[in-house]
Design a binder for this molecule. Structure first.
Ligand SMILES: Nc1ncnc2c1ncn2[C@@H]1O[C@H](COP(=O)(O)OP(=O)(O)OP(=O)(O)O)[C@@H](O)[C@H]1O
Ligand SMILES: [Mg+2]
Length: 278
């Protein structure tokens, strides 16, 4: 089981979209068993894969908030919440694509768990219970590095950083890389590596082309971070599909951004393979 977190402190850069589309393609076209974990109280990944009616049924006692120990009433009856209770199987009728949905309540996780020893290790010990069940776990993180994403960092083998090639991204990337290095020193057992940057929402403008090239160069020369060759173009049909509670891969399979996500998934599988051989 390989665990990959999609992280960038910058918002709106395509973290959720990348998790949802890559997860769907891995399950649908590569026969992989995939678990997507929505770790963001904004619940965007959840609603890209399930409708409000379905979410209503699970919101009280079967979301990532429960897995992370927020539902105190429940955890006093049981020793520990069982992560399997929060897994929604075969979302969007895709065989092998499972989801742990999120909840807005997760906003208060840091307050709830303040002072609790080992609060960064909860997800790690929970995921041990499904070690045998998945090829890939993809974690959609919020645009910050608070306790929930710290749980993701501790348990992950890899980080993927989605980046939209703009001026602020060039400034933010060294900060993110530094922050992750610091956290790795502070969080015991955290051995996560940045697998690479993926460029998302890329427009055919001189400005995007300039920043994309500059960021690739900074990653190579200064930060020692790999960048994926495949670039995801800005594709209106990707943003449109959110309203159908479905991945764009299913709603708009012929969109050029989706073809790019398929190529990217292929590149990701090859990158993971060669990393394992090293
Ligand atoms: N390649 C693309 N082309 C066009 N729109 C896109 C593309 N990728 C993502 N979007 C749209 O951009 C918006 C932000 O994307 P997304 O939600 O994936 O970013 P995020 O990094 O997860 O944001 P947040 O930090 O708020 O969680 C969404 O409306 C999404 O549909
Ligand atoms: Mg998001």
């Amino acid at each position: 089981m390989k665990i990959i977190s999609f992280i960038n402190m910058k918002g709106g850069v395509g973290k959720t979209t990348s998790v949802v589309e890559i997860g769907t393609i891995l399950a649908n076209e590569h026969d992989k068993k995939v678990l997507i974990i929505d770790l963001d109280p904004q619940t965007n990944a959840s609603f890209s894969l399930m409708g409000l009616d379905e979410w209503d049924k699970v919101k009280d006692n079967a979301t990532i908030a429960d897995v992370l120990g927020m539902n105190k009433a429940f955890s006093s009856r049981d020793d520990e919440y069982d992560i399997n209770r929060a897994i929604v199987k075969n979302v969007c009728d895709i065989q092998g694509l499972d989801l742990i949905p999120s909840h807005i309540e997760l906003t208060f996780l840091d307050l709830d768990l303040s002072g609790q020893a080992g609060r960064e290790n909860i997800l790690s010990s929970q995921l041990e219970k499904c070690e045998e069940d998945y090829d890939y776990v993809l974690i959609d993180c919020p645009p910050n590095l608070t306790i929930a994403p710290q749980n993701a960092l501790v348990v992950s083998n890899y980080i993927i950083v989605p980046v939209s090639p703009e001026f602020y991204a060039a400034i933010g990337l060294p900060l993110l890389s530094n922050r992750i290095s610091q956290l790795k020193k502070r969080l015991p057992g955290c051995t996560v590596e940045i697998l690479g940057v993926i460029f998302t929402q890329v427009r055919q403008t001189l400005d995007h082309e300039h920043h994309l090239n500059e960021i690739r160069k900074t990653c190579n020369d200064d930060l020692d971070i790999a960048t994926f060759q495949t670039v995801i173009p800005f594709t209106t049909r990707i943003s449109e599909s959110a309203k159908w509670n479905k991945p764009a891969t299913l709603a708009n399979p012929n969109a050029n951004g989706i073809q790019a996500y398929k190529n990217l998934t292929q590149e990701l599988l090859l990158t993971l393979e060669s990393d394992e051989e090293e």
